[in-house]
Design a protein around this ligand. Structure first.
Ligand SMILES: NC(=O)c1ccc[n+]([C@@H]2O[C@H](COP(=O)([O-])OP(=O)(O)OC[C@H]3O[C@@H](n4cnc5c(N)ncnc54)[C@H](OP(=O)(O)O)[C@@H]3O)[C@@H](O)[C@H]2O)c1
Length: 301
């Protein structure tokens, strides 16, 4: 295998898992990290920052495919869209100069339009910047990803485990198509090996479409908790983001943009990827149980 891969966001929720999965398939992996990180597999590590273009050329030397798994919300709520725009533009320019052949980007599901939250709109903007490059971009669009340490998953987990009664805005009836993190990793790895995915955009989702209310009720039942959800019309997503921020361990700069996105329906519009990368998708209940188990293991280690 001589196709070297650069994983940006390698220290993140998705990136860490992808690095391990690619290495297990014999792919030579280079990880771009801003601060030192250890991985449980032998990989090359390069320190760099997408907002510092000079650090990108050494990271991209000899690279065939770049995974783009970065967002800037942890850096604060103000101007995360500008930082994400700049990071994507820097990567596009540096990848073109380095002669990169493919970029694979995991972003968010959500229709374009005025109602879209700042976070979802920014994820789409990053896709359109990356797609302008001279390489072939694959854009995977996902809704909530279930797995230990995922920001959306951790928010739902904290709400369900800490609040027996939840006063919520109408977003609880918004529909979503969550997906297990293991299935996302299979798609990301699959895209690397399946050339027919180059230059294409795919929606990826789990096997069930659920409202946020159904998701939280099922989660509570699986975790052995009682949960009463009381939707009220006056609570706006912005207001609810403040109390959700108080309960969850997720940084407010990440939690608030994510909650603002809950008003948008996030459901796959098409399933073409199922034919190119076929495997049985993980049912929602199993994804929750796997994530809760994984969390216990992480807490012990
Ligand atoms: N989690 C979900 O439920 C979900 C759902 C749908 C789509 N996605 C998409 O999946 C992708 C990965 O998300 P995630 O959940 O893995 O996020 P995450 O855990 O918050 O990781 C974000 C990564 O971006 C890196 N990063 C941020 N700014 C950077 C910069 N300037 N230069 C280099 N690296 C930088 C971070 O590095 P540091 O460790 O240095 O901060 C971190 O590794 C994103 O595109 C996101 O939109 C996630």
């Amino acid at each position: 295998m001589d196709r070297r891969v650069l994983v940006t966001g390698a220290s993140g929720f998705i990136g860490r898992r992808l690095v391990v999965a690619l290495a297990a398939r014999g792919v030579p992996v280079r990880c771009l990290v801003r601060s030192p990180v250890q991985f449980p597999v032998p990989v090359e590590i390069v320190q760099g920052d997408l907002l510092e273009p000079l650090t990108l050329q050494p990271a991209l030397a000899g690279v065939d495919t770049v995974y783009y798994l970065v967002h800037s919300m942890a850096g604060g709520r103000t101007e995360f869209e500008r930082r994400d725009r700049e990071a994507a533009e820097n990567l596009r320019r540096a990848a073109e100069q380095a002669g990169v052949r493919r970029v694979i980007y995991l972003g968010g599901l959500g229709e374009t339009g005025a109602g879209l939250s700042g976070h979802l709109a920014s994820r789409l903007e990053v896709a359109s910047i990356l797609k302008q490059g001279s390489y072939a971009t694959t854009f995977l669009r996902a809704a909530i990803i279930y797995g230990a340490g995922g920001a959306s998953f951790e928010m739902i987990r904290a709400l369900v485990l800490h609040l027996p009664v939840m006063i919520t805005p109408r977003w609880v009836s918004t529909r979503c198509q969550p997906i297990a993190v293991g299935d996302v990793i299979r798609y990301l790895v699959g895209c690397f090996f399946e050339e027919a995915t180059a230059g294409e955009t795919f929606d990826i989702g789990g096997p069930e479409i659920l409202s946020y209310r159904e998701m939280m009720e099922r989660f509570a039942a699986l975790a052995g908790r009682r949960l009463a959800i009381v939707p009220v019309p006056v609570l706006t997503p912005r207001l609810s983001s403040y109390w959700v921020g108080l309960i969850t361990p997720v940084k407010p700069s990440i939690a608030i943009p994510l909650i603002e996105g809950l008003a948008s329906e996030v459901i796959c519009r098409e399933n073409r990827i199922r034919e190119l990368i076929p495997f049985p998708l993980t049912p929602f209940n199993e994804a929750v149980m796997q994530a809760l188990e994984e969390e216990k293991t992480l807490q012990k280690s």
